[in-house]
Design a protein around this ligand. Structure first.
Ligand code: MCA
Ligand code: AMP
Length: 507
């Protein structure tokens, strides 16, 4: 029934004939078998089709985490649509950009946000606005409940688009990364094998499902292996620790591990059923890696990915997991270190480029941006700086892109600087990431104001907070007389980061 749809067919294959097997257990004790999951997904596909979704139509979704959202994701794929998940922290002003850019056929939001988002959806010409809430209720679930399961999947090939995920740009404008059926499936199958996932596994799923990590890495790998999920609404150290008694794998951002390490009950006894701890999305400090090993006996497996590529490299399952490195290129993925047009030898630091079946199809309606970052030979310029050591381990040393990663969420300084510079009385600003004990990096704004302007950190925050997602908002604002510049006139962010490096970390 799914065979002609490349991704849906593959996601379903591992559980075919195992419809009674557990797919997910939610925190309120609800269990869902694979058979139930896919039946539900089919009703979502039928509901979307009844709303006019045709192959290639975008289905934009900004809703709280629930199993039904995963059914909507798979339902969109079955219907031949393109799934477009959006961070729940985005404000209506941010949503307007995404809806305007992607022109989805259907937009699904939480019922609490419907009033604020209805005019936005109308303005952007969205044909249908539906609701869906964290408890599985809403107009779309209601519509799905009236549909028959068993819908035949719409034929889609390997190169057809399955998802668009927005990733912010250095110019301040977000870019929609177009991921094909083949991109998503190839990575899921590779990671299943590389990380030894089987139907015996049970993954603690505490990540959000609007980004690559929680949506594709965690979920698609689970489908690919026919494993089960311990599905949590959000990360909570207590809940995650308790779940370890019956689970086998945890995937998390470094903040998960930092917070778990603070939990007095974390020890070898609590983690003895677990076989794998994976970390990614942001650098894991060696100190965190070492402390985890000491307390639990497990070496965290760090891997490296991007929205545009899913996962590129991983520390080995068997073999040494080296702290401070992101391991080896995954099977089928090539990694090279470049200085402009020249490939550098091992041991030298340069720009990381990747190529493989995981690399995206380009940015939605931005051919010039795509050309800047995706070379003709298929290598993607990642914007990360790194090196490959003599044993082949890749390390990320820094970034050539001006990016802050806070608790695993990417924040592009330019977007915030543009907003701050727009405030009356601000001459200029620089937004930087400073070492933060919980989030890895904390967002800070350094501002030059007109000497006569009556500005305080409160007036700055009041001016930007309505339109800017909470995690992007500066946690600290500094006023200075001038920004440090080099001889070319470029703001020296490194010097600012050095000046304020102790802001969040007591010395
Ligand atoms: C919440 N806040 C944050 C963040 N999260 N501020 C900065 N950075 C954040 N990440 C704000 C809250 O609004 C709140 O503000 C205050 O900080 C404290 O919130 P708290 O309750 O402690 O936060 P939380 O709800 O527990 O969330 C922290 C979290 C969460 C669990 C680390 O941010 C998270 O789940 N991060 C994972 C992100 C992720 O999945 N990234 C993958 C991207 P106030 O107190 O003022 O209200 S995919 C990717 O990067 C690539 C492809 C890859 O390689 O994986
Ligand atoms: P995004 O595309 O928004 O998901 O973010 C991708 C970026 O996250 C990469 O380009 C890296 O800068 C960063 N990243 C992901 N995994 C790691 C990791 N293990 N260590 C360091 N940086 C990472």
């Amino acid at each position: 029934m799914y065979e002609s749809n490349y991704l849906a067919g593959n996601l379903r294959a591992s559980s075919q004939g195992r419809d009674q097997a557990l797919f997910a257990k939610t925190q309120d004790g609800r269990t869902l078998s694979y058979g139930e999951f896919f039946k539900g997904a089919e009703t979502y596909a039928a509901a979307l089709m009844s709303k006019g979704v045709l192959p290639g139509d975008r289905v934009a979704v900004q809703v709280d985490k629930s199993i039904e959202v995963l059914q909507l994701y798979v339902g969109t794929i079955i219907a031949g649509g393109i799934f477009l998940p959006l961070n729940t922290a985005y404000t209506p002003a941010e949503i307007e950009y995404f809806l305007g850019d992607a022109s989805p056929r259907v937009f699904v939001c939480s019922s609490k946000n419907k009033e604020a988002l209805l005019p936005v959806a109308k303005k952007c010409g969205v044909a249908a606005l539906e609701t869906m809430d964290g408890d599985g209720s809403g107009s779309l679930p209601d519509l799905a409940a009236t549909q028959m399961a068993g819908v035949k999947a719409v034929p889609r090939a390997k190169d057809d688009l399955a998802a668009i995920l927005y990733t912010s740009g250095t110019t301040g404008r977000s870019k929609g990364a177009m991921l094909s059926h083949g991109n998503l499936w190839s990575n899921a199958a590779t990671l299943r094998d590389y990380w030894h996932f089987t139907s015996e596994d049970r993954l603690i799923h505490a990540l959000p499902i609007f980004h690559t990590h929680g949506l594709f890495v965690a979920t698609n790998v689970t489908f690919a292996a026919g494993s089960a999920l311990d599905f949590m609404a959000k990360f909570d150290a207590d809940d995650v620790l308790k779940a370890m008694a019956n689970a086998t794998v945890l995937m998390g951002v470094p903040t998960f591990y930092v917070r778990l390490l603070k939990h007095e009950k974390l020890d070898k006894e609590h983690t003895k059923n677990m076989r794998l701890f994976v970390s990614g999305s942001a650098p894991l400090l060696s100190e965190t890696h070492d402390l985890w090993k000491e307390k639990t006996g497990h070496a965290i497996l760090e891997r490296y990915g991007m929205t545009e590529t899913n996962m590129n490299t991983s520390n080995p399952y068997d073999g040494e997991r080296r702290a401070g490195t992101v391991g080896f290129p995954l099977p089928g993925v090539e990694v090279r270190i470049m200085d402009g047009e020249t490939e550098l030898p091992r041991g030298e630091i340069g720009s990381i480029e990747v190529r493989g079946p995981n690399v995206f199809q380009g940015y939605w309606q931005m051919p010039e941006k795509t050309k800047e970052e995706l070379r003709e030979d298929g290598f993607l310029i990642t914007g990360d700086l790194g090196m490959i050591d003599d044993r082949g381990y890749v390390s990320i040393i820094g970034r050539s892109k001006d990016l802050i990663i806070s608790g695993g969420y990417n924040v592009y300084p330019k977007e915030i600087e543009l907003m701050i510079d727009d405030i009356d009385g601000v001459v200029e600003s620089a937004v930087i990431g400073l070492p933060h004990p919980d989030f890895g990096e904390g967002v800070c704004a350094v501002i030059v104001k007109d000497p006569h302007a009556d500005l305080s950190d409160k007036t700055i925050m009041d001016a930007i907070s309505t339109d800017l997602a909470k995690y992007k908002q500066p946690k600290k604002v500094f006023f200075v007389d001038e920004l440090p510049r080099n001889t070319m006139g470029k703001v020296q962010k490194k010097s600012l980061r050095d000046d304020y490096s102790d802001t969040f970390i007591a010395t």
